[in-house]
Design a protein. Structure first.
Length: 224
């Protein structure tokens, strides 16, 4: 599981990074809101932790702009203030939860686990990007016409549509879809990318999957 921590207090950041890594999380750190927003636009995260008061760009502004761009990654806001107005502002900006400093590290860990579980449970069954939609229950991909997908194709397409325009590594895709399965290796990712490309073409979709075998892939609108 990969998290983004946006926290300008380095001592605090160092502690949180060490503890979360010890718990098995992959962690990226941003020292201000502008860097956090840039990382969130480029990478895929299971959850993001944003301090409200940061230099260059504050956490609320960064979160607002990410939400306006369609990013639905769960976000926990951290604040040194306890006023109700700060909580309301953070939640209205798209935050899913908040914690007031100082807080217990165990509580932050618990809230991250809760949000990531909830995000999996409440992912919409129909996803859209460009003129293309995916019905995850019916395993059907539609644009100008429709086509059925296999279970693995559906899971892979869902992952791409939830992370539109983000680079997803071959290793990440393999871990998310095939982790724990015996007799398969990362080469299976390229095979299924090829399947999805054929099916996107078959329904005359305006989407394309960019990337080369063994590298990173990105779902985005077809380039002119």
């Amino acid at each position: 599981m990969r998290l983004l921590l946006a926290e300008d207090e380095k001592d605090m950041a160092d502690v949180l990074l060490a503890i979360f890594k010890h718990q098995g999380f992959e962690m990226d750190w941003a020292e201000n809101g502008a860097i956090a927003e840039d990382l969130a636009r480029k990478n895929n995260y299971d959850c993001m932790i944003f301090d409200i008061m940061m230099p260059v760009k504050d956490g609320i502004t960064a979160l607002k702009e990410l939400r306006e761009a369609g990013d639905v990654t769960p976000v926990i806001m951290l604040t040194a203030k306890s006023e109700v107005d700060d909580r309301i502002t953070g939640l209205d900006s798209g935050a899913d939860d908040y914690l007031t400093k100082p807080f217990a590290i165990g509580e932050l860990l618990a809230r991250v686990r809760s949000l990531t579980r909830r995000n999996k449970d409440f992912t919409p069954t129909t996803l859209s990007a460009g003129s293309t939609s995916l019905d995850t229950e019916e395993q059907e991909l539609s644009a100008h016409n429709s086509i059925r997908l296999s279970g693995k194709e559906t899971k892979l397409m869902k992952l791409f549509m939830l992370n539109e325009n983000k680079e997803l590594s071959t290793s990440y895709l393999f871990q998310k879809i095939w982790s724990g399965e015996e007799g398969v290796d990362e080469s299976v990712v390229w095979i299924y990318i090829s399947y999805l490309r054929e099916k996107l073409s078959a329904i005359n979709s305006d989407l394309a999957i960019y990337g080369e075998e063994g590298q990173s892939f990105r779902l985005g609108l077809k380039e002119e």
